[in-house]
Design a protein around this ligand. Sequence first.
Ligand code: FAD
Length: 570
Amino acid sequence: MENTEKMYDVIIPGGGLAGLTLSIQLKREKPDISILVLESMDSAAPAAAHKVGESTVELATYYMREVLDLKGYLEEHELPKHGLRFFFKTNNKGEISNRVELGPRLKLPVPSHQLDRGTLENYLATHTQTLGTELIRGARAKDVQISADGHQLTYSKDGEDIIVKGKWIADATGRGSLLKRKLKFAKPMEHHSNAVWWRLKGEIDVDDWSDNIKWKSHLDPKLRYLSTVHFMDKGYWVWIIPLGSKNTSIGIVADPAVHPFEEINTYEKSLAWLEKNEPLCYKMLKPRGEGDGLLDFRVLKHYAHESGQLYSADRWGVVGESGAFLDPLYSPGSDFISLANTWMTDLILRDLSGEDIALRASVYEKSHQSHIENWIPIYQNKYLLMGNTQTMVVKIFWDWAIYWSVPCLLFTNKGFVNLKVAKELFASPTAIGSRFGELNKRVQQMFLEWQQYDTEIFTDRYIDPFDVPFMREWQQGLEKQYSPKELIEKVTSNLASLEKFAAALYRLMSAQAFGTPMDLMVNPYSICPEAGKGLTAETTGPDAIGPDEEMDKQVRIIWFYKIKEELAIS
Ligand SMILES: Cc1cc2nc3c(=O)[nH]c(=O)nc-3n(C[C@H](O)[C@H](O)[C@H](O)COP(=O)(O)OP(=O)(O)OC[C@H]3O[C@@H](n4cnc5c(N)ncnc54)[C@H](O)[C@@H]3O)c2cc1C
């Protein structure tokens, strides 16, 4: 059956987080835009036992609260999040209080949320319909014909095939990847980790897992509960996330090189795996899954994938997991949705107003692909470092630093949809964005090369990311508004600080590994240029940086090893 009467401005197959938020963003910008969302699920989502993607970080939080104006809903129906919290390797995993713990102490000024995906998606579906979006449930998109005169999409509902027409198609079918399969632009990714997860009835607060008064006193009661809690050791991390529906999400994410998928791919096997690798989690979580306590159990093998294309001037694009998904560590999934939706919205609205979007489509494609490429080294091969506490502590600080200092700032300042800013950032191999990506690559390789020297198992330490002043300044300055010129200056100055941070880390690692002096000059772009060739860097030449008293002092806060040179003096 053909519904020929209507040409929608936009058809969005897939009514999950990406599709629904895109429709809301478009409607907020252009209330009279006609949008059809097709969702294959035929009823509203259940609470808790729905999807993963339950934790937001700063970029997506800004998108949801400020760009989509969901602040009121989030504050009333979802939980405030108290940052990311990590518990590292220890020889006594039966006692949580002796593990090195990394996480914020005090209530955070910059918000983020823990989301119950069922509750959220049901709200988003109702909200977008209120704004005028047509949403059809039980509608499975089957095929798309791309055409300059309007694309044709065929979907099935109640056993019948229906054809609809739209000027734009924004694919939001998640792993269904409608367009990627049709137009054959799938791009596999060399990152093979797997995930399993389940939801348990009721609240679980790791603060109740120890009677150690000193440990408890690090934070006010209930703040640990509101964090995304990670237990980490070689090759894996385990998450505990509280949900607004007063249930709890648990997950295991593991590199199969260390923890084969076959050891975790059923609930019973996951429990046995926990008993061996995280015995306290096993002891505390197993009883909660008995009776009707276990709400669901899901697995996802090899979750990472890239995408050969993301946007086309031929009026189509992919958003959310139908595009790329790298890794759930640090909860970046909804950040990628926020970015893609923002690029997509800009292209659609400019095109509908008659503007030629060819240049923008190509710039947004390059910018997004370059963002993905810059982020891959954060995850690739890094699960092997998860049993090295010092390496992981400095890595997590570095990963936060690069996230807050550049992409978050660009997003809150609309820098990603400003052609002048994009040109400055990504137009040439020496542009700021390209140097940023190269610097991150060098530092991520340094973590791998240094691992062999990081042999100590540390215990009984509490580190707060905001004990380091420049980290606090970057996180709390995220929403500050700059003119395009000031934004480029700010990103340039942040990159200069990141260079100093990289050099300071190299200096410490090299001193610990080889006893080199603490006034070593370091060219941050020359660190570990080749995989497997050891911890090396150029220490002469015009780009080498000397010690910076302020940066070095701050980096020492997250450095646990005694410095050999100083030991010799004392
Ligand atoms: C282990 C793991 C943990 C994660 N944790 C986090 C986290 O803490 N924070 C975070 O931000 N992100 C996280 N993510 C990522 C997050 O889950 C995804 O980014 C997000 O769910 C993707 O949303 P989406 O709308 O693209 O896809 P989905 O939510 O899967 O939505 C796609 C929708 O399309 C529908 N559909 C599929 N095919 C069709 C079709 N042919 N026709 C019509 N409808 C169709 C589906 O029913 C579905 O509702 C995690 C991912 C993994 C794998």
